[in-house]
Design a protein around this ligand. Structure first.
Ligand SMILES: CC(C)(COP(=O)([O-])OP(=O)([O-])OC[C@H]1O[C@@H](n2cnc3c(N)ncnc32)[C@H](O)[C@@H]1OP(=O)([O-])[O-])[C@@H](O)C(=O)NCCC(=O)NCCSC(=O)C[C@@](C)(O)CC(=O)[O-]
Ligand SMILES: NC(=O)C1=CN([C@@H]2O[C@H](COP(=O)(O)OP(=O)(O)OC[C@H]3O[C@@H](n4cnc5c(N)ncnc54)[C@H](O)[C@@H]3O)[C@@H](O)[C@H]2O)C=CC1
Length: 439
């Protein structure tokens, strides 16, 4: 029977691996060998990775690829992407190539406001709380000066604090709803530090506030935390061209292509089952760049999906139109990203990704990420409404199937050639491989 372990975190890496081998991987020395196989031979680099998080045993690789030819606001960029899924980087590259000769992508940051909240209970008279908040607000702002001084020098800091009455939803529940500008950082640590200070000062000031009864003096802080819902940290990216320039499909003229494409987007706008898959395709592009640039993809995912449901129904993040002969396709998403802080100056591949992107500011990175999402969605809908998704996707996935069956380099070469003229399915790939081996 397996026994629980105390103090696992205090074991050395070797001791942790030995415990794992002994407890869960008995008779599987090959699994333990894999852990070691993925260590970096540069021990300092390995230690850096070990220390990113806790209880590290090994590294988990993802491919790091490049999608070239992205013309964004007149600049030609190559976008680094970290992703395991086949056909994503090819699709982004194909969309970039297509739009480069049709004016490229236009992107703009609409706003960069971030939000954090102190959630608390107040047991008493609401008007008295409002008056207390009014007199205390300057003290709150003053108290965080040591935290905000440098951010203010960069043009950021605390933008506002509002008192919000949430008692209609939970008895006695209020918030300090705080707005921040965090410039080139994602801002989670900065915001959380400010919020915890606000909470402390707010609670202490209440204890000394003479107009409060003893019950009112006892404000109960529930928690202080940033919000990953950032509908006012918003970026928009767009492509457009005369409809006759949508001319890469031999079976469909530009106008018919546009109409079918727009209907596919409209379906994702009204039908949640389709919207989720449609947006998953968008996230293929977004997550890949967010990861490659060392940003927090969980925060980005949570914020974007909440935005997709902001009108009470989960819907498409992209939209398309055809007006006066002009086809337009655009995305609007919230993105809290950093090009400083977090892993950005620590992980060598993240530093490299930011160098490839010409060391963007956070605002520039917002535009690049939104463009990657839009490009991905363009490629997916282009395939879905013409050839179907499987043709291109399976063409790229072929290598994974052949690798699963230990194909040699010579077999891969022969079969790649064969499948330029035939449709790839898992079974057809295996069948052809067996045929080749038995010939
Ligand atoms: C896969 C393609 C691009 C093939 O498309 P294709 O027309 O066969 O490609 P091509 O061989 O004619 O090449 C055209 C360009 O595509 C790119 N390209 C082409 N091949 C490669 C490659 N091997 N490596 C890198 N780039 C590649 C590259 O830019 C190339 O230009 P070139 O380099 O020759 O100047 C196309 O079919 C496509 O865009 N498909 C969509 C794939 C996709 O969306 N994949 C995501 C996974 S499926 C999913 O998760 C989401 C989904 C689909 O469910 C979302 C939704 O439902 O909305
Ligand atoms: N709910 C969430 O999303 C949470 C996320 N996190 C994590 O927090 C990290 C991000 O937090 P940050 O505060 O961004 O990182 P951070 O604290 O590592 O670095 C940001 C700091 O860099 C400094 N800085 C230097 N140059 C700057 C510039 N030009 N603009 C802005 N700041 C500059 C500032 O002191 C700023 O506070 C991520 O790793 C994220 O995963 C942490 C807690 C909660």
């Amino acid at each position: 029977m397996i026994k629980p372990i105390t103090g696992f975190s205090r074991l050395t890496k070797k001791e942790k691996i030995d415990w794992l081998a002994e407890t869960y991987l008995k008779d599987r020395p090959e699994d333990v060998a894999v852990l070691r196989q993925y260590w970096n031979e540069d021990s300092r680099l390995q230690q850096l990775h070990d220390e990113f998080t806790e209880n590290t045993l090994s590294n988990f690789y993802l491919p790091f690829g490049l999608a070239p030819n992205f013309l964004i606001n007149g600049d030609l960029l190559a976008i680094p992407m970290a992703i395991e899924e086949s056909s994503v980087i090819a699709a982004a590259s194909k969309a970039a190539k297509f739009w480069r000769t049709r004016g490229g992508f236009k992107a703009e940051v609409i706003d960069t406001k971030k939000i954090g909240q102190v959630h608390f209970n107040f047991f008493g008279n609401k008007q008295k709380l409002e008056q207390f908040f009014k007199t205390t607000k300057p003290k709150l702002l003053e108290a965080v000066k040591p935290i905000t001084r440098n951010m203010e020098k960069r043009g950021g800091g605390v933008l506002d604090i509002k008192l919000k009455d949430k008692t209609a939803e939970i008895d006695n529940y209020y918030q300090l709803h705080c707005e921040f500008e965090t410039k080139d950082s994602m801002g989670a640590n900065f915001i959380n530090s400010c919020l915890e200070k606000f909470a402390e000062v707010f609670q202490n000031e209440a204890r000394d506030y003479s107009d409060f009864s003893s019950e009112e003096k006892d404000i109960e802080i529930i928690m202080s935390i940033l919000s990953n819902y950032v509908p006012e940290c918003l970026v928009r990216a767009e492509v457009s061209c005369p409809v006759e320039e949508l001319n890469e499909n031999k079976d469909l003229n530009g106008e018919d292509f546009a109409k079918k494409f727009i209907q596919a987007v409209n379906i994702a706008e009204v039908e949640p089952y389709r919207a989720v898959t449609h947006n998953k395709g968008i996230m293929n592009g977004i997550d890949a760049v967010v990861l490659a640039t060392g940003n927090d993809f969980r925060a980005v995912e949570a914020g974007i999906h909440a935005y997709a449901a902001r009108n009470g129904k989960y819907s498409s993040l992209t939209h398309a139109s055809l007006e006066n002969g002009i086809f337009k396709f655009w995305i609007e998403i919230p993105l809290a990203l950093g090009t400083v802080g977090g892993l950005t100056s620590l992980h060598p591949l993240v530093k490299l990704a930011l160098d490839i992107l010409q060391q963007p500011s956070a605002k520039e990175l917002m535009k690049i990420v939104a463009v990657a999402g839009l490009a991905q969605n363009f490629a997916a809908i282009n395939s879905l409404t013409t050839t179907g998704i499987q043709q291109g996707h399976m063409k790229m996935h072929l290598m994974n199937i052949l690798n699963q069956h230990n194909a040699t380099e010579a077999e891969k070469k022969t079969l790649t050639k064969h499948f330029t003229k035939h449709t790839v399915t898992h079974s057809s790939a295996v069948e052809e491989l067996n045929k080749l081996r038995n010939s």
